[in-house]
Design a protein around this ligand. Structure first.
Ligand SMILES: Cc1ncc(COP(=O)(O)O)c(C=O)c1O
Length: 403
């Protein structure tokens, strides 16, 4: 998502309406030169509302006043605040999609995967070490990693930047985001963890079939997922970690206990319901009937259409704006050869005299996030591809006439 205050919409023009303020059905009749500011800075996944409106009652949940009152969900589980129904749906969905190995793994629920990221840093650091663990990632890295790592000025860990330039002596934690936010590319760990000094955290928020080909079931020590990017329910604030090691799992759970004494049961129950609709939309005739197409089919089709439109729109820039090419790969889930359609467009400006691409697009009332937040030059920007249709339409119209 991003550091909200740092990147929030500023009133740069007479009309500054954030995309989130505009409902999915409010299709604006707005011309390209209208001063409406469109905010594609955050990866707010409101695009998915369309599907969930169709799902209607199938995805609706009623929780009675007397329910979910206890702190505890499952005293027999080391993750005592994990709702059984949520755990079942997480395992069921991963097995169905084939994107991660769940057997033999602890499932830890978090208030978004952002909390789990911090829990993992805590669990992988050595409290008895004189030196904080160095936290590294390859550029361009998710802009939240440096900010969240150093936010509390912890003595346990500290941000150390680009993994390729890392030459530190002490212990390190490598963050591997794959497919990567912001550029959508598949990533692997750069540093070897065999010397015992290094640990990895795999952030697999976007390893779902609408964004990329599922080429194998990921089987890493710590894997983070989030419902925000799986189904679009960022507001529920639910993420989960798949963790191999008992001790690491225990420490992560302890962190969440100290931080928020567990995770909202209401949110977990709702997340379980949403995940079950996703799974069932692929073969339960009643749900198939109401949503018209399965969830991953809908999401993949929408992403494909959006990327086709963006690629077409920037053709008129005659090479001034550049997007990465993605390799086509066989997707085990859909059994097709497919291209990646990431949640963000990572665009470079080759236009002469423009070094600050963010500033350039801002003048055209398009808010993005500049490359410097991701450890690279200002010639790059990250643009959310997950906003509602009306905002995306305006964005495409503007991109097709900006040179
Ligand atoms: C790579 C990555 N990890 C984690 C998150 C945050 O997920 P959550 O909403 O579950 O905190 C995001 C959100 O943009 C993300 O892009």
């Amino acid at each position: 998502m991003g550091s909200l205050q740092q990147h929030s919409t500023s009133p740069v023009s007479p009309i500054s309406i954030s995309a989130a303020a505009m409902g999915a059905s409010d299709r604006p009749a707005i011309s390209n030169d209208h001063p409406l500011v469109i905010n594609l800075d955050h990866g707010d996944p409101t695009m998915y509302e369309k599907f969930w409106k169709k799902a209607g009652d199938e995805a609706t949940l009623v929780i009675s006043g007397w329910e979910t009152m206890s702190y505890f969900s499952n005293k027999d589980n080391v993750c005592w605040f994990l709702e059984r129904g949520f755990e079942e749906e997480v395992r069921r969905l991963h097995e169905f999609v084939g994107n991660a190995v769940v057997d033999g793994k602890h499932i830890i629920v978090g208030t978004g995967s952002t909390q789990l990221f911090q829990a993992a840093l805590f669990a992988l650091s050595d409290p008895n070490s004189d030196q904080p663990a160095n936290v590294v990632s390859s550029v361009p890295y998710y802009s939240v990693y440096p900010v969240a790592t150093d936010y509390l000025k912890s003595r346990l860990y500290q941000w150390a930047g680009d993994v390729e330039k890392y030459q530190g002596e002490g212990s390190y934690i490598e963050l591997v985001c794959s497919p990567n936010n912001p550029d959508g590319l598949s990533k692997q760990a750069v540093l070897s963890s065999e010397n015992g000094k290094g640990k990895t955290i795999h952030d697999l928020a976007y390893y779902w079939p609408q964004y990329t080909a599922i080429t194998a079931a990921a089987d890493h020590d710590i894997m983070l997922f989030t419902i925000s990017k799986t189904t679009g329910h960022a507001g529920i604030r639910i993420g989960w970690a798949l963790v191999k090691d008992d001790e690491v799992a225990r420490k992560m759970i302890k962190f969440i206990e100290m931080n928020t004494i567990g995770v909202s049961k209401d949110s977990q129950i709702r997340a379980a319901r949403i995940l079950s609709v996703v799974r069932n939309s692929h073969d339960n005739s009643k749900i198939v009937h109401s949503v018209e197409e399965s969830f991953f089919h809908y999401a993949r089709r929408t992403m494909t259409e959006r990327w086709d439109r963006l690629n077409e729109a920037i053709k008129s820039s005659n090479g001034a704006f550049i997007l990465a090419d993605f390799p086509s790969q066989h997707c085990n889930f859909s059994d097709e050869i497919i291209e990646s359609h990431p949640a963000f467009a990572w665009m470079k400006c080759e236009k002469e005299g423009i070094d600050d691409f963010y500033g350039f697009l801002k003048k055209h009332n398009i808010l993005t996030r500049g490359g410097e937040h991701f450890g690279v030059e200002k010639k790059y920007v990250r643009i959310s591809m997950l906003d509602r249709d009306p905002m995306f339409d305006i964005f495409i119209n503007r991109m097709s006439i900006i040179h």
